[in-house]
Design a protein around this ligand. Structure first.
Ligand code: RB5
Length: 232
């Protein structure tokens, strides 16, 4: 006894002779059209097949393009490695900023400290700035009570341009005009929301190189390297 798994199977079985006849007729017509040099468009099932393939390949193209677009964005962010450092006062804000940046796809590394136990900010400012200087990370974020002490330390390291910020405008322009590579924030000065906003603004801004700003940053570099300025 035959067993049937679906309605279509049952129908095919019941109308087997009819189905077979219809298929044979369609095949004959198709071959006749091909012989007359009229393949494709005259045969409804071929047209449907073509349309299906067209739609599917169109959808696949859209999907591929979208994934490249989003992946491209992610890849761009993944390439940016951010060094984070703080003292005990900045510890909690640092963790919140690291989580925020990680969520956005940046690669984050914590150079300490690792608790709220009292420590000296120069140690962590130094370690974090060195990671940016030697290229282990591309940018750095520092947090202490005011952002001042830890940024002073970072700015002692050759090649580091750290900015202390308490509002986004300075964060933005410090990148565009001064090409800052470290952002310092004060956990006793700003709340978490404002700090995240400044971080986003700072990361989103770009240095306006090939402009007067580049010449000025080069002058800073000259003072740093030679201890003087030729045009003075
Ligand atoms: C620590 O008390 C505090 O001095 C430090 O976090 C920072 O504000 C230094 O600039």
């Amino acid at each position: 006894m035959a067993t049937y798994g679906s309605g279509t199977q049952i129908k095919n079985e019941l109308f087997k002779p009819e189905v077979a006849k219809r298929r044979a007729r369609a095949r004959r017509q198709r071959y006749a059209l091909v012989r007359r040099g009229e393949p494709r468009f005259a045969e409804p099932s071929w047209v449907a097949g073509e349309a299906r393939i067209g739609i599917i390949s169109g959808l696949l193209t859209i999907k591929t393009n979208l994934s490249i677009f989003f992946k491209g964005d992610d890849m761009k962010k993944n390439k940016i490695r951010i060094a984070f450092g703080s003292d005990h006062v900045g510890y909690e804000l640092k963790l919140a900023l690291m989580a925020h940046a990680s969520d956005k796809g940046y690669e984050c590394t914590d150079f300490g400290c690792h608790s709220v136990n009292r420590v000296d900010y120069p140690v962590y400012g130094y370690r974090t700035a060195k990671a940016v200087q030697n290229g282990v990370c591309d940018l750095g974020v520092l947090v202490c009570g005011t952002g001042v002490g830890i940024s002073l330390v970072a700015n002692k390291i050759n090649g580091i341009r750290a900015v202390v910020c308490s509002e986004p405008y300075t964060a933005k322009l410090s990148r565009e005009h001064n090409n800052t590579n470290m952002l310092a924030l004060g956990a006793r000065v700003v709340g978490t929301g404002l700090a995240k906003m400044m971080l986003d603004t700072w990361l989103g801004a770009e240095f306006e190189d090939r402009s007067r700003h580049e010449d000025r940053v080069n002058m800073i570099n000259e003072i740093e390297k030679t201890g003087g300025l030729r045009q003075d």
